[in-house]
Design a protein around this ligand. Structure first.
Ligand SMILES: [Zn+2]
Length: 258
């Protein structure tokens, strides 16, 4: 995911540092099919990054997703039970953030995050980098082991955001109806990153558009010049939320997991 650092701390983007290390920025930008829709994604470190911080498996990109197509998640966790482990090198600061984020989910939503004992299907919180502010996560329930990556300096709200991807949430700004509510400032987006602002038609929009969603990109996500890349449709700025769930986020999750 990412966020980033230099100019923007985008909730969901990828790190500018990583981009700059590549000899050619677009070397690993690829086209593929996901959920029956043509998408653009980034191949990096052997993983497929969609919308910045959502990781798709190779299988998800190649299989016929007609069965799964249309859900707000590719697949949901059975019974809303999400078993998890925390990598031994996570460190106490991020371990505490995980505990707090798990409490948010368990206290406010119909999902239950439960420490794993011997379950086969689970998510592991892994440690990203000691200097970063980002995270990423596999989308929805995959079966087997899947990951959520957390950098040392990630915020609690962004931990909640990444866990939202695990639950099956995409980004709010990619909803089909987003152009009624926000205006993408294409001229301010970094070269080669515009695909992160594509509408994802194959998702299901639940409830009204929620610009305060914890799943919304930040206003200057992937900005090349410090200017906003997303504004309200009336051309005014908005304030991002990475404090925690809004009522709309909770309602969305509980619609997915009744
Ligand atoms: Zn994200």
């Amino acid at each position: 995911m990412s966020f980033f650092i230099v100019i923007t701390l985008a909730s969901c983007s990828k790190s500018d540092e990583d981009i700059m290390e590549e000899p050619q920025t677009n070397t690993f930008i690829k086209k593929g099919q996901f959920g029956g829709q043509d998408i653009t994604y980034e191949r990096k470190n052997g993983m497929n990054f969609f919308q910045g911080d959502i990781v798709l498996s190779d299988q998800q990109l190649t299989e016929d997703n007609s069965v799964n197509k249309g859900g707000a998640s590719l697949s949901r966790w059975p019974g809303g039970k999400i078993y998890y482990t925390v990598a031994s090198n996570m460190g106490s600061i991020n371990a505490n953030k995980i505990t707090n984020a798990v409490n948010e989910y368990n206290n406010k939503t119909n999902t239950q995050w439960i420490p794993r004992t011997n379950q086969t299907n689970y998510v592991e919180f892994i440690f990203g980098s000691s200097s970063g502010y980002d995270g990423w996560a596999h989308i929805g329930y995959r079966g087997g082991k899947q990951n959520i990556s957390l950098d040392q300096n990630i915020s609690l709200g962004s931990v909640i955001h990444e866990m939202g991807h695990t639950v099956g949430l995409y980004h709010e700004h990619c909803r089909k109806d987003r152009d009624q509510y926000v205006s993408i400032q294409w001229n301010n987006i970094q070269n080669g990153q515009a695909y992160n602002f594509d509408i994802y038609d194959s998702g299901t929009d639940i409830g009204p558009f929620n610009i305060n969603s914890v799943m919304m990109y930040w206003p200057d996500s992937y900005s090349k010049n410090g200017q906003p890349t997303i504004k309200r449709a009336n051309n005014t700025n908005f304030t991002y939320n990475r404090t925690g769930f809004t009522t709309g986020d909770i309602n969305t999750i509980d619609t997915m997991y009744p």
